[in-house]
Design a protein around this ligand. Sequence first.
Ligand SMILES: [Zn+2]
Length: 402
Amino acid sequence: MALCLLAALSASAQTRYDLLLKGGHVIDARNGISAVRDVAIAGGRIAAVAENIPASAARRTVDVSSLYVTPGLVDMHVHVFAATMDREYTGEFGVRPDGFTFRSGVTTVVDAGSSGWRNFEDFKRLVIDRMQTRIFAMLNIVGHGMGGRKDVEQNVADMDPEKSAEMARRYKDIVVGIKIAHYAGPDWGPVEKAVRAGTLANIPVMVDFAAFRPERPFQELVLKKLRPGDIYTHTYLSVVPMLDSEGRLLPYLLAARRRGVIFDVGHGGGSFSFRQAIPAVKQGFMADSISTDLHVDSMNAGMKDMLNLMSKFLNMGVPLDDVVARATWNPAREIHREQYGHLSVGAVADVAVLRLIEGNFGFVDSERRRMGGTRKLICELTLKGGRPVWDLNGLTSADWNR
Ligand SMILES: [Zn+2]
């Protein structure tokens, strides 16, 4: 009896991990790791990251040698309030996230202002609570968010900092920021209201500046109006003042960054120009986070998905470790969710296993211009809480005839 118990105990000690990813190149910016490591998972969490963890310690071992193992990707800017039937960002333009995210290694998304304080609870009930993808939200400063009649985002009367902050505080586990987008008027009022709401709720503001007007210069937005930790999305939009007539990076951008303003990619359907991005990145102005601005039109155009965006930057010469940091740990920090975006022992086991393939590829910007490239990331395996939610080649499955 005692021997049996001892044998059972030692067997369970030997297989103390549920899953072992063996031999992959781990990229974990938070922990400063870019090296071949084994990653063990138990109870849905990262249990060990080490140079050699024996396969006998795990119930299932997956050989991921020649692949990259990264934290599950965090996409800072998406539109996933796909709920009503109208052609708007709370309807047909939105994307149901689970059908899109996992296949490109994404486990966490931030909906950027599709809902406001009036319809956030609908968004939560109809989408956030029903999906496996982890969904955070930035509340639009407009009460109706991006839903309703076409000029809803111009409705200054529906921009209420107090009510927005109150809703943000009520759902502080989900609401990670305030969004102001597409405002076309000549005044700073809506930006100031968004910053007021962000200050009241103690969360960052994300700005889509949309109309660039001389009455409210972009330089003033990033040098004066935004607080440190606030985010400008659509960094490489064609009309951002970025380069002088000689193609040199404008120094105010670096000054804004020194102030602590964050620059996010937010590629979208119309907000990413190679003619801006390539010279800016070459001169060191790489965005802090890589995000898709996912909606139906952007995913079917040059944006495609997170891995396609990350591959664009790789082919512009940004090192893979930097690219991965900007799609994992950086965005997690920007939304103050530092429990995600890394592979520390004890962290939720959200993991992407990526393959870097070589060939002749083409990448397209939002002006339909093409950049050739030779390297491309594809997603082999995505784990959410330790569970496979995408497995391109059945790495975690047993052979059919065994
Ligand atoms: Zn957007």
